[in-house]
Design a protein. Structure first.
Lengths: 436, 186
């Protein structure tokens, strides 16, 4: 049996249902701008995207390696210079080596080569059964000197076949036995690079965002870091490392005055805010008075209580510099289009960034004054990057790289303007790499 | 007039103007809720401010499946409850299991002349423990079990407080309207 509801309840419920009472006027002023938090979903999806990108690249590299495995054993020659006969083969550590298009097979030591088998290299005398062991080598065309015995450096020769030479069939039979005492190949590169860039942004269809972007200038950006590359093959390498990326905007025409704290005691963590394309700058420095003519500056201060002329405040800046720094983990694939002393590389990949610095300053040079920070800047981002660069082999161990780079932010830099704000940058990456 | 969905989208994208629009649109109704629970304007003001901060903080969690106003109202009510718990936890009364029924309730037609403000004032004048239970049960529709969990009291205490609240309110209503006849519909 249902209990009947007392009428008094219904009277109050119905009577109060549409009641509206205007709250005190100052309540709104004491509600701070909406604090933007990174939704868990976004953080998880960002991490997942970064992991997925790395896994994908790893799988791609693995697939490439497996599908380019030659039926014959492949390795690298480690030593061959004036001390002829020092040729040693690392067949036990054999790795697939794709033959460069411009490479050709020559006899390194013609007197030791079995007749009728051009391109086969005898193994060192220290190895047993040397007469049967042979190898074919790819020699980079750049170091080929006609009509003279080739003088070759360790890291310039790739052996593409090695094994025991079968006198009966004249065929090369792959073998990995008996070969010892071999040096490792130079498959790793480690280096440092710096990439200054100019950033750009576009606003999509949003009129207010376009207005904000027009009142901002992109600060020079840069990315610097150390990286390690691994040669999957002669032409293809995978590169990662750790870097620091700095980007930001200059918010023009915001007059900044100092000295407010002498006249205005505050409880709030900030007094002024500045609307920008990247988010809302909250001026945690409550000594500053901010004003502009473009309706970007908001304040918790009522009326003209903080009039700079009234309090004789000192002007300390006419714009605000937003600086965002990200710690980045790039994963890049690099392909050699031209494999010569001066080569050409095509690179592409993703960088996963974590926000480590979010600051806003005013002033010039050493007179910088911290204003506060920007609310709404993504703590994580993923950027894609492609480059077409020149690679110069300074020596056998050192490479200089100069590469125009185009970078595009896949995830929004700002949570406030979301997908409407699309920064990108064009820059030059330059750096030195050491092979080992 | 802008739709709620557009305003919410604007708020989520950081627009202070949309936040203010949202506040201006809903604060009168929500402030009335705050007054119902808070009992005085100063406390209600604080509940409204704290509630709106929570609304903005949690706006991204609103799924657009139910009533937006209802969602905000729940946040305001929870904020008021939280403050009540913090304030009255140490001074709470001992559980009372006996339920005293109100004498009788007048017919709703007899309250036709009552203004919403009169009703609000009556609720605000209730002692906090009665006010909270009456609001949660009669206005919001929670069960005694739920109210007990929310306020940290037993079901019996909730029933007792509700009964006492009704009794007080009926007397006030009768005084205000001049209604003296007893009704059978309890």
């Amino acid at each position: 049996m249902f209990e009947r509801e007392p009428n008094i309840d219904i009277v109050f419920r119905n009577g109060l249902k549409n009641l509206e009472v205007l709250p005190p006027a100052d309540v709104w002023d004491s509600i701070p701008p909406m604090p933007l938090r990174h939704s868990r979903l976004r953080v998880i999806s960002g991490i997942a995207a970064g992991v997925a990108a790395m896994v994908s690249l790893t799988l791609l590299a693995t697939w490439y390696v497996r599908n380019n495995n030659s039926p014959v054993l492949l390795s690298e020659v480690t030593t061959l210079d004036s001390d002829a006969g020092d040729l040693m083969l690392d067949i036990a550590k054999a790795m697939p080596v794709s033959r460069p298009a411009e490479a050709k097979i020559i006899n390194l030591i013609s007197t030791a080569t079995p007749s009728g088998n051009d391109g086969q290299i005898p193994v060192p005398p220290t190895v047993s059964e040397t007469t049967e062991l042979v190898a074919s080598a790819d020699i980079p065309a750049t170091d080929d000197v006609p009509d003279r015995p080739a003088r070759l450096f360790t890291d310039e020769i790739n052996v593409v076949a090695a094994g025991r030479f079968d006198e009966a069939t004249k065929n090369l039979k792959p073998s990995v036995s008996d070969l010892t005492g071999v040096k490792a190949a130079q498959r790793f590169l480690v280096g440092a690079s710096l990439s200054p860039a100019m950033g750009f942004s576009r606003s999509g269809e949003n009129a207010r965002l376009a207005e904000l972007i027009n009142s901002e200038k992109t600060r020079p950006a840069y990315t610097t870091g150390v990286s390690v590359a691994y040669k999957i093959s002669d032409r293809l390498s995978i590169q990662s490392g750790i870097g620091l990326s700095s980007i930001g905007q200059t918010i023009s025409d915001v007059a900044v005055y100092a000295g407010l704290s002498n006249h205005y005691a505050v409880k709030s963590s900030y007094l002024y805010s500045v609307e920008t394309a990247s988010g809302l700058i909250l001026a945690g420095n409550t000594d500053l008075y901010l004003t502009d003519s473009k309706d970007r500056v908001g304040t918790l201060i009522q009326g003209n209580m903080a009039d700079p002329s009234k309090y004789n405040l000192t002007r300390v800046g006419s714009d605000i510099q937003q600086v965002f720094r990200y710690l980045e983990l790039p994963v890049m694939l690099r392909y050699k289009l031209i494999d010569r002393k001066v080569g050409l590389n095509l690179s592409g990949g993703l960088a996963y960034g974590v926000l480590v610095d979010n600051s806003a300053y005013t002033g010039q040079g050493s007179e910088l004054i911290r204003v506060g920070h920007t609310e709404g800047v993504s703590s994580f981002n993923i950027s894609s990057q492609v480059g077409l660069g020149m690679e110069y082999n300074i020596s056998r161990k050192v490479i200089f790289n100069l590469e125009p780079v185009f970078r595009y932010y896949v995830t929004p830099l700002s949570e406030i303007s979301g997908s409407l704000y699309k920064p990108y940058s064009v820059g030059f990456s330059s750096g030195f790499f050491f092979k080992f | 007039m802008a739709k709620d969905k557009d305003i919410i989208g604007g708020c989520l994208s950081g627009s202070r103007r949309d936040q203010e629009l949202l506040y201006r649109r809903y604060s009168p109704k929500l402030y009335a809720v705050c007054l119902q629970y808070a009992g005085n304007t100063e406390e209600a003001r604080d509940v409204l401010q704290e509630g709106f901060i929570k609304i903005f903080e949690n706006l991204s969690r609103f799924s657009h499946e139910g009533s937006f106003e209802g969602w905000m109202r729940r946040i305001i009510v929870n904020t008021a409850l939280e403050r009540y718990r913090n304030r009255y936890y140490l001074n709470r009364v001992d559980d009372i299991d006996e339920v005293t029924e109100p004498e009788a309730a007048p017919d709703t037609d007899d309250f036709a002349g009552l203004e919403a403000y009169d009703l609000l004032n009556m609720i605000m004048e209730l002692p906090p423990k009665y006010r909270m239970v009456f609001n949660l049960y009669a206005i919001e529709g929670y069960s005694h079990k739920e109210i007990g969990e929310m306020l940290g009291i037993s079901e019996g205490t909730s029933k007792s407080n509700l009964s006492r609240a009704r009794e007080i309110l009926q007397k006030k209503v009768m005084i205000l309207t001049g209604v003296t006849r007893r009704m059978v519909n309890v």
